[in-house]
Design a protein. Structure first.
Ligand code: ADP
Ligand code: TRP
Length: 321
């Protein structure tokens, strides 16, 4: 069983990324074979600043390792370190109907808003299909927004297999736990697009400041409140034990508490939760050679597998004599 997923280095990872995706990737790294990569080629469709892309790519590698991605269990690599993927993308592109891509949401939404899209955004799902098919991936853990792209990869694979003979493994999406939707500082879904994120790594004081500024409702303190729908309660629940959660739920129901105290609890619980990762990151920062070796080894493993798939494709299509 081969598991594969990619994550774009388009910003520093936040709590939503961790609970919604990264933690689940790490849980799946014990699969027979797991490939995780930093999708810098995809990020190039939005980031056009070389230092920023470089920095975010490296940060993403440090963050993933600090959070528990174990290079002895999973291959961790940078997407562009496997150039075979770009060749495979071209081959797949020649068999991808325009209509299939026109239906894909990222392009469709831009077009509907009247924003001009480039060929990179339009063909983004084909690059993603190459990422998936290039490693014979069976299972692709993704959020709901990416499920359509897995379907595209399956369609492309089926059509290719039909024309050229069995070449690709048909991948399946594994939907990440949707209940892990993490609210942001404004109570809406946490996302870097909404400027409401709390980063996993960074200056501890700055993180605490963000937590203390989380928006709250203005109901009187004496009122009894239902904890379930409250975003502060939801945030605390990410880090708390069952007993701690029940204790806070009882405080909500009794009323007479201050939101400031809940925020302090969130700050304490989150710092306790992430402190081992913070410490590990500091150690990794001091050892860039180690990080480079991990990424090189990951790329080597990924290239070996992708080369094998690309050989099959070149033979099947008549690209090698
Ligand atoms: P952003 O919304 O900040 O741009 P991305 O789209 O890059 O984040 O998301 C990367 C991964 O993190 C995806 O798998 C996505 O489902 C997950 N994710 C992002 N924000 C949240 C959130 N608030 N709750 C749960 N999962 C999230
Ligand atoms: N497009 C994905 C995202 O934005 C990232 C990604 C690129 C990916 N290639 C992939 C995810 C292959 C899974 C498999 O989240």
């Amino acid at each position: 069983m081969r598991v594969l997923s990619g994550i774009q280095p388009t910003g520093r990872f936040h709590w939503g990324n961790y609970f919604g995706a990264i933690r689940q990737y790490i849980d799946l790294q014990t699969a027979e074979q797991a490939y995780y990569f930093i999708a810098n080629l995809h990020a190039l469709t939005t980031i056009r600043d070389k230092d920023l892309l470089n920095e975010l790519t490296y940060d993403a590698a440090l963050d993933l390792l600090a959070l528990g991605l174990d290079p002895d269990q999973a291959s961790l690599f940078v997407q562009s370190d496997v150039p075979e993927i770009s060749e495979l993308t071209w081959v797949l592109m020649t068999g991808t109907p325009m209509g299939l891509l026109e239906r894909c949401h990222a392009y469709k939404e831009k077009k509907e808003k009247g924003i001009s899209a480039d060929a990179g955004l339009f063909t983004y799902p084909v690059l993603m299909a190459a990422d998936i098919l290039g490693y014979d991936s069976n299972i692709v853990p993704v959020g709901q927004d990416q499920v359509q792209h897995i379907e595209v990869a399956r369609d492309i694979a089926k059509s290719f297999n039909h024309h050229f003979g069995e070449c690709f493994v048909l991948p399946e999406a594994k939907l990440l736990d949707a209940s892990a939707k993490v609210p942001g500082t404004d109570g809406e879904k946490m996302s870097k697009s909404y400027d409401n994120t709390i980063e996993i790594f960074g200056n501890e004081k700055a993180i605490k400041k963000k937590i203390m500024r989380i928006a709250t409702d203005s109901r009187p303190m004496e009122d009894s409140k239902e904890p379930e729908g409250d975003h502060l309660y939801q945030l605390y629940s990410l880090f708390a034990s069952t007993e701690q959660r029940q204790e806070l739920a009882a405080i909500y129901r009794a009323g007479g508490f201050g939101y400031g105290d809940v925020k302090k609890k969130i700050a304490e619980a989150s710092a306790e939760y992430f402190r081992p990762a913070w410490e590990k990151r500091t150690t990794l920062e001091a050892d860039p050679d180690y990080v480079r070796d991990v990424l090189n080894a990951g790329a080597q493993q990924a290239r070996t597998k992708c080369r094998e798939v690309l050989d099959r494709v070149q033979k099947a299509t008549g690209l090698v004599r």
